[in-house]
Structure formats: structure tokens, C-alpha cells
Design a protein around this ligand. Structure first.
Ligand code: FES
Ligand code: FE2
Length: 445
């Protein structure tokens, strides 16, 4: 039985939120069904399975999934569960194989999911087994600029509609170059935290000058990174935007400078500036002038569990999350720049990344606080900036007036409620696509 039915966990006018959602097992069980069972989930990248017969082992929520490229080059997302008794048919992280044999009784599936061989089909089964209906369970799969998404829901809208106007911002990182992107990784680790704590944190700019003060001080000293202060951030021209459950933070900069990214330092700045300059004509052709020069995607999350670029918060029970960190690079960027970004990304947000370690402690504590019966009587407060967000003349989505606000967190939990209360996709609202996508970039890259 649902613990909170219908789900009404956030008060829209006060931002008060019920702490039980971070630790209650029955709510978690419903999340697996109603959110991870029906949303479009980021599961991989085309560069992880570049050749025919390549596969990469991934997850949709807790479900193990084999991402394959079949012998004709077509991508599939297949539930890693033998249709006989349920064993996993793939035990490796990745590889190249035309077929997968279950190690229990030997049923063998092709890499497009079809059941090809059953030992004893004529002798033991008397040819009475309908093998054509016993292939691996396949999810719907679509791609956006090389990123691979899948959903279990047959009634889900297209991925394009699901991303909606969030793509207007996402293109500025994921869809910048003609040559597309390349994913390296993942590095994987377990975090003692509820999956939602890290998703809502990915557009929380409020914590940065406090939680990351010491890490930022080290980076200022050794890398020349600008110092952090609340005052700077309160007056930052950067903004939050929110579309269809996706939280976007973006820099609104009219100086045509390279966007800040991991790896930038006093020493490497020239590399980034040269790359920005050398590729600007191509980027402008792809995205139009405004998005190429002015809009710089920063921290963001894709509903429900894609965070900060191509990183995944994979739920493992209400109190645990498996985190996957990939580094996404422009495929045609100079090798030296790729090296610098790869190292910078690990140093910041890898398993031992300085910023990551600051963050994990916060997520663990938010999760732990939600377990106390006493604490549950006092809701979490997400009231910052209530009433100070709305449509913007230049930018799609619901845009906050300030860079520091809890607009995105409130809307993330409202989106969570919409999914949890819906009977099917027919009950889940989608914002219409209204943004003007200047340039040549499309869903296909
Ligand atoms: S469980 Fe896979 S062949 Fe029996
Ligand atoms: Fe952080």
C-alpha cells in the first residue's frame, strides 16, 4: 500500500517537503514502478558500442540491461534476464558477442534479443516451447546526439518531446560539434544516500560557496580558478530554467568566452580559448549565434536520474545509490584538450574528486535525517525564491530571477509527484516545444 496516497509531498507555496520520500521503502518500491518503469532513462552512449556486435552492460533503475549493437548495426536495450528461470545472460561490463548463452541451462539468445537455441527443444520440450515469444525483453530505445535513452513504457512520448525545450540548453554541450561526442568511463562507486538527494543537488547553486569553500580555495590557489562567494553568486547573471522535470542551470554571458569546464586553469586557459575561437564558426552554424556565443549550460539534471552531463544516479534501495561517472568529450577536440578535461573531471567529480567528496557528505546527511521519526515531523524547507520564477522573453522553460533559488528543487519534486500519481503517461503533462532551435543541430546530432 502507498505510504502517501495520493502523493502530496511538497507544498507549492511554502516549499515544505515530506522527508519520508528519502528513506521509506514502500515509496521507493513505487518509484521503481512509476518513475523508473516509465520515464526515458539515459543508459549509454553510441561510442560505448561503436562496432557491430558490441555490447555494454547498463541499468534502467535497478534492472540490469544489455545495450547491444546487433549484426546490422541496430541498437537494442535488452533486459538481462534469461526468459527461462531468470539468470543474467551477460556477466561482463562490456564486450563483443553475436549471442549470449545463459550459464544455467544453456538457452542462447542473439544480440537482437531473439531466443536462438534451447538445449533439448525436440527431445525434452517435444517442440512445444514457443521460442519466438521467449526472446529477451526489449525496451524502447531512442538517441539524442549520441546519448542513448530507453524506456519500459509503450505509451511514453517520443524522446524529443520528453526532453522538450531542455534540449535548447543541452545542445550547447551535447550537440556542439559536427563530429559529435565521445564517452569515457564509467568510474563507478556506491554512495550511502537516496538517489534524489544528488539529483536535486545538481542545480543547487546555493551550497557551492559553503560546501565547496575549501576545495575551491585549493583550486583558486593552484589552478587560478575564480574565488567563490555568496555575494558573487547572488548577483550572478546566470540562471535556472526548468522544463518537463529537467533542471537546467546556465550562464548567460555576452562576452563570448569559453564556458567554464573542468580542466580550466591559468596554465590551460589558452587551450580552451583557442578551441573556442577555432570552432566558433562551426558551432554558430550548428546552434545559431545566441546559443553558440552566449548560453553556457552549467549544472543540470535530466529527469529522473541523469546528472551533470553524462553521469547516472542509479538507485540501489532507498538508502543507497550507485553512481556512474563518465567524461564526455567533443570527439574532434585536440588530444591535449581532451586529456586536460579528462583529468579535471576526475579531480572534481570522480570517485576521489574534491567537489564530489564535499557533496556526498551532504547527500548522506539529508538521507539520514529523513529516517528519524522525530525529524519526519519537521519537513525539509525548499522555500527560497517562491514566486520569483516564470516565463522569460529570451529563454525557454520556467526561468528563475536569480542563479540562487530553490525553484528547480521545488519543481523537481512536483514532477516526482506527477509521475507517482499518474496511472499512465496520459496523466503526465508535457510542456509544448516552443523554443526556436536555430542552426543545423538536430536530435540525431
Ligand atoms: S535459467 Fe537460463 S537456461 Fe535456464
Ligand atoms: Fe556540490
Amino acid at each position: 500500500m502507498d505510504a502517501i496516497a495520493p502523493y502530496a509531498v511538497i507544498d507549492r507555496s511554502t516549499g515544505k517537503i515530506d522527508r519520508r520520500i528519502f528513506s521509506d521503502q514502500s515509496i521507493y518500491d513505487q518509484e521503481m514502478k512509476k518513475i523508473f518503469g516509465r520515464a526515458w532513462l539515459m543508459i549509454g552512449h553510441e561510442s560505448l558500442v561503436p562496432a557491430v556486435d558490441d555490447y555494454f552492460h547498463t541499468y534502467m533503475g535497478e534492472d540490469p540491461v544489455i545495450l547491444t549493437r546487433d549484426s546490422h548495426g541496430k541498437l537494442h536495450a535488452l533486459l538481462n534476464m534469461c526468459r527461462h528461470r531468470g539468470n543474467r545472460v551477460v556477466r561482463c561490463d562490456d564486450g563483443n558477442a553475436k549471442r549470449f548463452m545463459c550459464a544455467y541451462h544453456g538457452w542462447t539468445f542473439r544480440n537482437d534479443g531473439a531466443l536462438e537455441h534451447v538445449p533439448g527443444l525436440s527431445e525434452a520440450y517435444y517442440n512445444a516451447l514457443d521460442t519466438t515469444s521467449m526472446g529477451l525483453i526489449e525496451a524502447r530505445l531512442e538517441t539524442y546526439a549520441g546519448l542513448i535513452f530507453a524506456t519500459w513504457a509503450e505509451d511514453a512520448p517520443s524522446l524529443e518531446a520528453y526532453l522538450g525545450d531542455a534540449r535548447w540548453y543541452l545542445d550547447t554541450v551535447f550537440n556542439r560539434r559536427d563530429g559529435g561526442t565521445l564517452a569515457l568511463g564509467p568510474v563507478k562507486w556506491l554512495e550511502p544516500a537516496n538517489w534524489k538527494t544528488m539529483v536535486d543537488n545538481c542545480s543547487d547553486n546555493y551550497h557551492v560557496p559553503t560546501s565547496h569553500l575549501s576545495s575551491a580555495a585549493v583550486q583558486s590557489r593552484f589552478l587560478g580558478r575564480p574565488r567563490l562567494s555568496h555575494a558573487d553568486q547572488f548577483h550572478s547573471p546566470s540562471k535556472h530554467a526548468f522544463v518537463n522535470g529537467h533542471s537546467i542551470t546556465f550562464r548567460d554571458a555576452d562576452d563570448n568566452m569559453p564556458r567554464y569546464m573542468h580542466g580550466v586553469s591559468t596554465e590551460t586557459m589558452k587551450l580552451f580559448e583557442a578551441y573556442h575561437r577555432d570552432t566558433m564558426a562551426e558551432v554558430e552554424h550548428r546552434l545559431g549565434k545566441l546559443r553558440a556565443r552566449q548560453v553556457q549550460l552549467a549544472n543540470h539534471s535530466l529527469f529522473p536520474n541523469g546528472v551533470l552531463g553524462f553521469r547516472l544516479a542509479l538507485p540501489r534501495g532507498p538508502l543507497k545509490t550507485e553512481f556512474w561517472h563518465f567524461v564526455l568529450l567533443d570527439r574532434d577536440a585536440p588530444e591535449e584538450l581532451k586529456r586536460v578535461i579528462r583529468i579535471g573531471s576526475q579531480a572534481n567529480n570522480g570517485a576521489a574528486g574534491m567537489f564530489e567528496q564535499d557533496d556526498v557528505d551532504n547527500w548522506r546527511q539529508v538521507t539520514e535525517a529523513s529516517m528519524s521519526q522525530t525529524a519526519r515531523r519537521y519537513p525539509q524547507d525548499l522555500s527560497m525564491g517562491v514566486g520569483h520564477a516564470g516565463p522569460h522573453p529570451d529563454y525557454p522553460g520556467i526561468v528563475s530571477e536569480r542563479y540562487i533559488s530553490e525553484n528547480n528543487q521545488r519543481l523537481f519534486y512536483q514532477r516526482w509527484e506527477q509521475f507517482m500519481n499518474a496511472e499512465s503517461w496520459a496523466d503526465i503533462p508535457l510542456d509544448p516545444i516552443t523554443a526556436r532551435f536555430d542552426g543545423t543541430a538536430t536530435m540525431q546530432g
